[in-house]
Design a binder for this molecule. Sequence first.
Ligand code: PLP
Length: 499
Amino acid sequence: MTHGAVDEMRQAERAYADFIARYPDYAKTASLDRLRATQYRRLDEQRQVYLDYTGACLYAESQLTEHLEMLRGGVFGNPHSANPTSAAMTEHVERTRRSALKYFNASAEDYILVFAQNASAALKLVGESYPFASGGRFLLTFDNHNSVNGIREFARAKGAAIDYAPLLTPGLQFDMARLDALLEQADPARDNLFAYPAQSNFSGVRHPLDLVAKAQSKGWDVLLDAAAFVPTNRLDLAAVRPDFVSVSFYKMFGYPTGVGALLIRRPALAKLKRPWFAGGTINFASVQGRAHVLSPNEAAFEDGTLNYLSIPAVEIGLRHLEAVGVDVIAKRIRCLTGWLLEEFLALRHSNGRAMVRIYGPATTEKRGGTVTFNLYDPQGHLLDYRRVEELAGSEGISLRTGCFCNPGAGEMAEGLTEEDMQAGLALGTDANLQSFARLMRDRRHKSAGSIRASIGLVTNFADMWHFLRFIGGFRDQTRLTIGEVAFDIESCRIIRDGS
Ligand SMILES: Cc1ncc(COP(=O)(O)O)c(C=O)c1O
């Protein structure tokens, strides 16, 4: 081993000892190291530092084996017919449905579970079926995935009033005073929908779940987008009772893709009206009669043939997550995220200026393992986040950059105004994140877009150490600078005198 390599190793050992002293709880999560060494060994064999768990979780080898064995061991036809191969498949699908309801502690008296292609498709089912009308309202928070924002187009088309509740900066939590005032505006005699994420896919903020009951008591149906929350937290639908819940299963346990779910509380189910019918969704339809009778419950929402061969892999994945233990995962994430945030805040250029601007909470209080940030040079100029992502990639580090399909949180985080956004929209068909970022940088001296590192199921300290060393490499670095205007991270102010 070279002197350099020995030195590196000693530094890593010292850093680990310091980490354990600061986060002794990490030692209680050693089961995840054993899991990684057996079920996720491809990560270390291929020297991958995977930090995109908010994009997708990774699957264990055992999930694949179990699924393949199940497929190999049976003869499975298209479900929902009486023939034996179809009946065998129906049994698997329905068993998976029951186990997913059980996982979320949702009783069959209270909730139905609709299989959809992903969380976006689940959200669209709500959008197209909810009885938006003039006099009713659709309230969203700035922090929402675009697949929730998109519901506003259904609300708009049907004449419902649309409002956005803003966030507070720099923490990116809801502005509760403004949100409370907006929640007061519902006419309980009308249909009103309030949509928010249980956890932000932009900032990692965990938003308050008690808002569900509060909004319901004021005449709102509540859509809780749980896609970024459930991979590392328990959602107990006997305790928190949203009317609609959206999830994507690959975000929870990596495999399979192509299956998500919409959970619908029964009283809200009675309100939904599907705008069309399809194969599989009707009990009766006539061409000459030009009419149809929709199936009851989940069947009314599952258009065409389900992804039936993949659905049993959801049951396998849920069992896997159950066996690993969401609480252990959450504990580990808290330790690693806390350490990363502290180290980020401590990173300085030689002139003493902070290197990393974190968007969202700078502590582990009410947040998950999603950390979004930008890097700045010693003079306070923004570094090009796309180049940072490329360089990370060349070191085997998987990050994500851009706005993560959550424009509202990004607009708040980066101080972009309605006027800025109108300038972006004026680009017409040329409008995209790149052209908009250029416009903001050159004409308005603002940044648009950032870097996201997200920690999950089998992240370990070695991943974080590699990542921090990579980010530390931008100390005193000026080559990747974009933009003329300098920004001071600590005061959140533009630097005018170069000092
Ligand atoms: C909070 C949140 N909601 C919804 C979605 C949409 O999920 P999908 O792309 O699986 O439909 C995502 C995906 O990143 C998300 O993070």
